[in-house]
Design a protein around this ligand. Structure first.
Ligand code: DGL
Length: 283
């Protein structure tokens, strides 16, 4: 079997890694859309934990327990080749734990602090993220490692997560709503001469256009999504274990944790992303 797959590769035939992408909600779709651009031939399994959404205000233990259980539930159903924790909040808390228990490569997303220090001119950087992310030791360590000579201004905006979620559920959201959420911060951004804002939550790139419209023109919004997509591609190319890869494509699948009437309003967007198989996941 292994030899067959290597021969297939040599003949340039396709193989399809099974890739799990997990978030509390729709934020992970912003990562998915970058990954699928450079890796169209993969079997994607997108899981969103709408039962415990939002993660950003929950306790550390709760999030760890939740994420480990969800990954385990999917792990039992599929031969996973790559796991992407497409949520800053969950990555910061669970990556090291997950890597102890699950053997396949696990990629997380964390705020692009290092990149921001390379791009800022004023040295004033805003970090827009959830409360859990901003209060984590992980972020403090990242700042100590890469940004001691810069000012990182924390901007906590849990309401923005809800708004991004609403947008993809087809609800009308307005610039005024975002302005109201960021009212205090908009003043701070100007007073402190912030020129770079890190989108430290995967939900926020879904509001990039709106944010760009209400922020001063010179402010650049950055995230690590493209870098993550490259990392996934690199892992697939480097894999020494192609024997685990599927040689047939399977339809992309979505799993949700809570059955509720909000699911139906998300279906058009999931379909647009190429997810037609949408199922309930029981833990
Ligand atoms: N999308 C998640 C993140 O990147 C968090 C959203 C939430 O609070 O659930 O942090």
């Amino acid at each position: 079997m292994v030899i067959n797959k290597i021969m297939l590769l040599k003949q340039n035939k396709k193989i399809y890694p099974n890739i799990l992408i997990l978030d509390s909600g729709v934020g992970g779709l912003s990562i998915f859309s970058e990954v699928i651009k450079i890796l169209p031939n993969a079997n994607y399994i997108y899981v969103f934990d709408n039962e415990a959404f939002p993660y950003g205000e929950k306790s550390r233990i709760f999030i760890i327990d939740r994420v480990v259980n969800i990954v385990y539930a999917i792990y039992k159903m599929y031969t996973l080749n790559i796991i992407i924790i497409a949520c800053n909040t969950a990555s910061i808390l669970t990556l090291s734990i997950l890597r102890r228990y699950f053997l396949c490569p696990i990629i997380g997303v964390v705020p692009a602090i290092k990149l921001a220090t390379k791009l800022t001119r004023s040295g004033m950087i805003g970090l827009l993220a959830t409360t859990v992310t901003l209060q984590s030791n992980y972020i403090q360590n990242l700042i100590c490692k890469f940004a001691t000579c810069y000012n990182i201004i924390p901007i906590s905006a849990p309401e923005l997560v809800i708004l991004a979620e609403a947008k993809l559920h087809g609800e009308k959201i307005s610039l005024l709503m975002i302005e109201q959420i960021l009212l205090l911060w908009l003043k701070t951004v100007n007073i402190l001469n912030i020129d770079t804002i890190i989108l430290g939550c995967t939900h926020f790139p879904l509001l990039r256009e709106e944010l760009q419209m209400i922020l001063p023109n010179h402010i650049q919004l950055i995230d690590s999504h493209k870098a993550i997509a490259q990392q996934v591609l690199y892992l697939v190319k480097q894999s020494i274990n192609y024997s685990n890869y599927s040689i047939i494509p399977i339809p992309n699948k979505t799993y949700y944790l809570a059955k509720n009437d909000k699911i139906s309003s998300l279906i058009p967007h999931l379909n647009k992303c190429g997810f037609y198989h949408i199922q309930h996941l029981l833990l």
